[in-house]
Design a protein around this ligand. Structure first.
Ligand SMILES: *Cc1c(COP(=O)(O)O)cnc(C)c1O
Length: 372
């Protein structure tokens, strides 16, 4: 293990204990609703297999992915009572694969509903699904007019066991945004048309909007992985992803020396530069050029110059050379320099930082089952 880690430029440590902690914290905010989990995009880049396994142990039974392929990949690792829910619905012509692999589609359009209903009729049995309404994102789900079509012609849904109706919030991390209540009210109106189905609205941030938003099943993703769910508030969740990059070499440069592509940074004085083996090919976004910060033995070292494909450069002038030996790991993301801190510097959101985490990193998972 250790030897392999040393062949790589960086080590990504994923704290599954923190995922458990975050799941419990979110679940405890829900009064009667179940807490599912969004594990799409390889659990936001952190490893869907590992994450889903510990969440199952914590009692999670509803796992949301985007694509059928993601659900099929997860199926063998999870017990049969775990629901694998494909948010994009069935790709045209793939409906039968949902039955074969024990997955459930979210039906987002009348066409998807018709295809699922046709399959149910061919199999002569009710097939479970979730029906999504668009309440204000204009992205996926039935418009209120299309919901009306279902109301007027119950035949369209024949054979479909609509276990849940769902919708998705556009602005939930901004608690003061009037969109939240508007979407809630639209959702309440539409769900009343499906009195036999349960309902799901809240993502991570939606859980923290309060009980009215909880319904029967929540679908948090980002908060499980440590991303702050409420803009501008202290984050109650634990960091999950810890990234360390390796020093390849250091050099002293005279005042006025340009560093990196484009010479976008120049030393003001005699300086020491450390080159770290992480770059934009590893998801360390180029927008972090001249903006990021690393920590070495607790000292902050600013990133200077443009991010290269395989390297970044740090100004380590103020750091003792004994801390800068080649091979030393420096902290790029941690509980103190969080995914949200990195995202702010990169002008993006924590979601994008996590889902960009590179395939070249040596990954280590830590977990110890705590007894609450
Ligand atoms: C990704 C996603 C979620 C999870 O959202 P987070 O903001 O990560 O908690 C929930 N529902 C839908 C429809 C999604 O696409």
């Amino acid at each position: 293990m250790q030897q392999i880690a040393e062949r790589t430029g960086a080590v990504l440590r994923i704290d599954l204990q923190a995922v458990r902690f975050n799941y419990r914290l979110l679940r405890d905010r829900l009064s009667s609703a179940l807490c599912g989990a969004a594990v799409k995009a390889d659990a936001y880049g952190l490893g869907a297999g590992e994450v889903a396994r510990v969440l199952y142990e914590e009692g999670c039974r509803h796992f949301f992915v985007a694509h059928l392929e993601e659900a099929i990949a997860l199926r063998p690792g999870l017990p049969i009572d775990a629901h694998l829910i494909v948010m994009h619905g069935s790709p045209v012509g793939c409906e039968a694969e949902f039955i074969e692999h024990g997955c459930m589609p979210v039906l987002n359009s009348l066409a998807q509903i018709q295809d699922w209903s046709a399959l149910a009729r061919r199999h002569e049995k009710a097939l479970p699904a979730i029906v999504q309404f668009d309440t204000g994102m204009a992205r996926m789900g039935l418009s209120p007019q299309e919901v009306q079509v279902l109301q007027n012609d119950p035949e369209v849904c024949r054979g479909i066991d609509v276990q849940y109706v769902m919708s998705h919030l556009a602005c939930a991390e901004d608690q003061a945004n009037p969109m939240n209540r508007q979407q809630l009210e639209k959702f309440q109106t539409l769900r009343a048309l499906f009195p036999l189905s349960k309902a799901s609205l809240a993502n991570s941030s939606g859980i923290l909007l309060g009980e009215e938003f909880h319904f029967d099943l929540a679908r948090p993703g980002a908060a499980l992985y440590g991303v702050a769910p409420v803009a501008g508030q202290k984050n109650p969740l634990r960091a999950v992803a810890y990234l360390q990059g390796r020093i390849i070499q250091t050099r002293e440069i005279p005042a006025g020396t340009g560093v990196g592509y484009g010479s976008t940074w120049r030393s003001q004085e005699t300086s020491r530069i450390a080159t770290i083996a992480v770059g934009y090919a590893d998801g360390w976004l180029r927008s972090l050029s001249n903006r990021g910060v690393a920590h070495i033995g607790g000292y902050a070292a600013p990133m200077v110059g443009n991010v290269s494909m395989d390297t970044i450069t740090l100004d380590v002038t103020k750091i003792a050379p004994t801390l800068l030996q080649p091979g030393t790991l420096v902290d790029l993301m941690s509980a103190t320099n969080t995914v949200d801190d990195v995202a702010n510097k990169a002008n993006t959101i924590g979601y994008e930082i996590l889902t960009s985490l590179g395939a070249r990193y040596h990954r280590e998972y830590s977990d110890q089952i705590s007894t609450e």
